[in-house]
Design a binder for this molecule. Structure first.
Ligand SMILES: Cc1cc2nc3c(=O)[nH]c(=O)nc-3n(C[C@H](O)[C@H](O)[C@H](O)COP(=O)(O)O)c2cc1C
Length: 319
C-alpha cells in the first residue's frame, strides 16, 4: 500500500487514531503511536474554548514531541474564532482538522459539526478561515449526511476539495445514526473514486482484518480507528502488520494486554500535566475489560479513590 501523504506530512503507516473526546489523553495517544498508528489526533477542541483559555487548553491537551505527527481537531463555525483558534494550535500541530460530523446538541447549537453536512453551503465559514490562518495542512472529518434521505458525501467532498483541504476523513454514517447501524463503506468507495485528495475511511474497524477489508473494498488511502482502539491500542499493531506485511497475527495475549495497560499507567504518570481521576479510572476499566487474568487488578481499580492509588498499582506490578 502507498504511503499516505497529507500536504507535506507523510505517515509511516496509513492508519490514524481518530479524534475522541474524553478518550485521547496524551498517554493514550502516545501508546497508540508506539503500537503502530501513523498519526494520532487530539480530542476535538471547541474553538471558542481554545481562544477563551488557550493556556489551559494547551496544557490539558499536553502535546508531546514523541507522539508526532499529531492532528489537532477544531470544532466551530465562527470565522474569527476558527481563525484565531487555528493560529493558537498550529505551533503544536502537524495537521489541523475541522470537525464536520459531531452530532451532539452543543455542537449543533453553535452551527458546527454535523450541522454543516446539513448546510454544506456554510462549510466555508468553518474551514476557509483555518486554511487562511495556517501553513499547516488542513483536513476535514465528515459524516455522509444528516439522515438516510439526505446523503451528501460527494457534494461535501467537492466543496472541501475546492476550499483546498489536504485530505478528507469520511465517517460513513449519517448524523441521525450517531453510532448505530452499520457504516456504509460504499460511500467511502464512491468518494475515493471521484476525489482528488486522499480519502481516509472510518467506521466499524474493530479488528485488523476489517481495516484490510475496508482498504480493499473502498480503495481508500488510509483508515481511521476510534472505538476499536479504546482500551486496546494493540489493535494498531495488528493493523500495521496485516496491511504492511499481509500477516494476520494472533489476537494479543493476556500478558500483552496487561503490559500495555502498565505502559499506559507509566506514561500517564510521566506525562499528563493535568491528571483526572475519572479519566484515569475510565481508561483503566477499558484496558482491563474481559481479561480473566486482570481480575485482581480490576478489583483494586474498582476500589481505588484517587489518581495516586491507581498509579500505585503500576508501581506494585513493577516491584
Ligand atoms: C467516545 C467517543 C468520542 C468521540 N469524539 C470525537 C471527536 O472529538 N471528534 C470527532 O470528529 N469524532 C469523535 N468521535 C467519532 C469517532 O472519531 C469516529 O468517527 C466514530 O467513532 C466511528 O469510528 P469507529 O467505528 O472506529 O468508532 C468520537 C467517538 C467516540 C466513541
Amino acid at each position: 500500500m502507498n504511503k499516505l501523504k497529507i500536504g507535506n506530512i507523510t505517515l509511516d503507516t496509513p492508519v490514524i487514531l481518530a479524534p475522541m473526546a474524553g478518550v485521547n489523553c496524551a498517554a493514550f495517544r502516545l501508546l497508540c503511536r508506539e503500537y503502530g498508528a501513523g498519526m494520532v489526533s487530539t480530542p476535538m477542541l471547541v474553538s471558542n474554548q481554545v481562544i477563551g483559555n488557550a493556556e489551559k487548553l494547551i496544557e490539558r491537551t499536553c502535546y508531546l514531541k514523541q507522539e508526532k505527527p499529531i492532528m489537532t481537531q477544531l470544532l466551530g463555525s465562527d470565522r474569527k474564532i476558527m481563525e484565531e483558534a487555528a493560529r493558537i494550535v498550529e505551533e503544536f500541530s502537524d495537521i489541523i482538522d475541522v470537525n464536520l460530523g459531531c452530532p451532539e446538541k452543543d455542537a449543533l447549537a453553535i452551527k458546527a459539526g454535523a450541522f454543516l453536512v446539513k448546510h454544506p453551503e456554510q462549510i466555508e465559514k468553518a474551514v476557509g478561515p483555518v486554511i487562511g490562518a495556517t501553513n499547516k495542512p488542513v483536513t476535514a472529518k465528515i459524516r455522509t449526511g444528516w439522515d438516510k434521505d439526505s446523503i451528501r458525501t460527494l457534494d461535501i467532498v467537492k466543496i472541501l476539495e475546492d476550499l483546498g483541504v489536504s485530505a478528507i476523513t469520511i465517517h460513513a454514517r449519517t448524523k441521525e445514526q450517531k453510532y448505530t447501524g452499520k457504516a456504509d463503506w460504499e460511500e467511502i468507495r464512491k468518494a475515493k473514486e471521484k476525489a482528488n485528495v486522499p480519502i481516509i475511511g472510518n467506521g466499524d474497524i474493530f479488528k485488523p482484518g476489517t481495516a484490510k477489508a475496508m482498504i480493499e473494498r473502498t480503495k481508500c488511502d488510509g483508515v481511521m480507528v476510534a472505538r476499536g482502539a479504546i482500551g486496546n491500542p494493540l489493535l494498531f499493531k495488528g493493523i500495521k502488520e496485516i496491511i504492511e506485511e499481509g500477516k494476520s497475527m494472533p489476537e494479543p495475549t493476556e500478558k500483552e494486554k496487561i503490559d500495555s495497560f502498565m505502559r499506559f499507567l507509566n506514561y500517564y504518570r510521566k506525562f499528563e500535566k493535568t491528571r483526572s481521576f475519572t479519566e484515569l479510572r475510565q481508561h483503566s476499566m477499558w484496558f482491563t475489560k474481559g481479561i480473566p487474568g486482570a481480575k485482581v487488578l480490576r478489583n483494586k481499580l474498582m476500589r481505588s479513590e484517587s489518581v495516586e492509588e491507581i498509579l500505585d498499582i503500576y508501581s506494585g506490578n513493577e516491584r
